[in-house]
Design a protein around this ligand. Sequence first.
Ligand code: HPA
Length: 272
Amino acid sequence: MTIEERIDSALAAIRRCTSAAPELGLILGSGLGDFCDRLEDRIEVPFDQLPGFPLPTVEGHAGAFVFGTCRGRSLAALRGRIHYYEGYTQQELTLPVRVMARLGVKTVILTNAAGGVNLDYKPGTLMLISDHINFSGNNPLMGPNLDQFGPRFPDMSDVYTKTLREKLKPLAARADIPLREGVYVMYSGPSYETPAEIRMFRTLGGDAVGMSTVPEAIAARHAGLQVLGVSCITNMAAGILPQPLSHAEVVETASRVKAEFTRLLELMIDVG
Ligand code: HPA
């Protein structure tokens, strides 16, 4: 099946389950996926009912679209994100974003767990993504252009919509949620970076590093969607502290800041 056929058949399958008209899309990173359970009037469409849709291999549970409402807004959230390091192409892992666009979503909220590259950050810092460096070695728009979504050479000067960020910042300050702003570097993974790679990313202007988000953000902008992105700095990146990196630390920090991250996510839903 071509990417366009997969999008069309996913839409048809979703339309057999729900007539939801989501305004916002939500793709959540490590440790925050259960925010989906907070949506009201939920309808779930598992990916295994969507022909040709990629199934997540890491999280131990099937992927699904979760339709519902939160703070009066209609949302399409993703349960179980798909990552490039799982072996899917970037065209495949951005299928959900394109389906969201076809469903009428106007803004996509992306969150992730990331390593802190900026030496002023600490595990637990929340970073609003101002821009990204695509160091994944690929691009989700490679191959035939999907003209129905956007142009062959889409502009990427304002990927993480500045007007939305400027609305979010005072709301976060008023809610006493400390928020930094910085550049996210995507590395393919699944191995963590080396200390030399982290020094390079800092020299290049990166503040955080992770293994997701950039393909989704590029596909969203191609389709003309607005994007809001936040990284939870779960650990300092390789070589900064005299200790090895571990997924256990990522999960532990994500769960420690979950309450604050959830409050920030609600504000993002308000401005999105
Ligand atoms: N590097 C890459 N991805 C990550 C990290 C990291 O240090 N922490 C959480 N996700």
